[in-house]
Ligand binder design. Sequence first.
Ligand code: SF4
Length: 381
Amino acid sequence: MKQINGTPINIKTDILGRITLNGKNILNRKDAILVKKDATHVPWGYSALITNSNSVSERRPCVSNVKRLDEFNEGDVVLINEKGEIVFVYEIKSSHNAIFATGRCNHHCIMCPQPPVPTEKDKTAFNLKLISLIDKHTKEIGITGGEPTLLGDKLFELIRQIQKFQPKAGISLLTNGVKFADKSYALKLAQCGHHDLQIDVPIFSDIADEHNHIVGANTFYKTVQGLYNLALFHQRIGLRIVMHKLTYKRLPQLSDFIYHNFPFVSQVAFMQMETTGNANTNYEELWIDPHDYNDELKQAVLSLANRGICTQIYNAQLCVLPSEIRRFAICSISDWKDTYLPECEACKLREKCGGLFASNQEHHSIYINPQTEDITGSPCV
Ligand code: SF4
């Protein structure tokens, strides 16, 4: 998440609040944090002040000396802590906002970009408050982790809170699907009755042992059962496949497996790996230049797409993909993680290309090169 630092004044505990820039709102100031250039004539009632001034005589919580005030937008939601760190937990201009349900997980994926924590304080109360502060016109909200289903029934509280405060928002729930092997739990999710919920489930091989090795648990058949239970209750399902040295060889077979066993899924996404967290730790075991699995990827993508399954490629650089499958690539990297190389400036595909993870700047394909013509087609819809 984007973070900006300043000097803390009078901050004794974490403060969560919605950013306001104009200081004119009279209602609900207690949940708002005012951003102001100078620290004079500051109206009362706001939960905190953020300013770039360094001469502040405030008795209320304040972060001073903040250099980049132009990074704040009316309606962003931030968390301020005692160290003067300002963490953006919701960005109104981003289309990649997510509720981080928990840092715990029942899988230990070999390439997990955010390795799980063994224990933590329950985040549900914080997240319910966060959702209540998010703009009501937000179009899409993710629920992610860790593994969100480890919250048990509290997961449904989060979904219902989004239904209440962002009634038009679609939800993407990222889960390993294991908990949905319990049919009654899958039924409870369906009973939330959300109008636009997609459950995104990773699957890494058509062979149980290979999948289990990658996720660090013997759960392949539970995930499979979970998918069937979700389908039984007419839930919309997406599948996600992360590509690396342990998965790329059987991508075509995995596509075939998906087509024959899960024809009900609404989307399959092939994802280039982010080389941070466990993926960085296990770099030697996992890294392969994305260009070197293009044959397998092309076969896998076309085999699903030609059979009518919506297929997408996430996190890929257009110049590295074969022209036949560039139209399946979408700009999927969260804004705060997304970057381009200096040579991208001269590229004809710069506007359409999703770039690369900032953390992959050290480990990116050696085949990235600016394109002189636009060879892409319409993306999958
Ligand atoms: S050169 Fe850069 S902008 Fe162009 S396709 Fe490659 S990664 Fe994308």
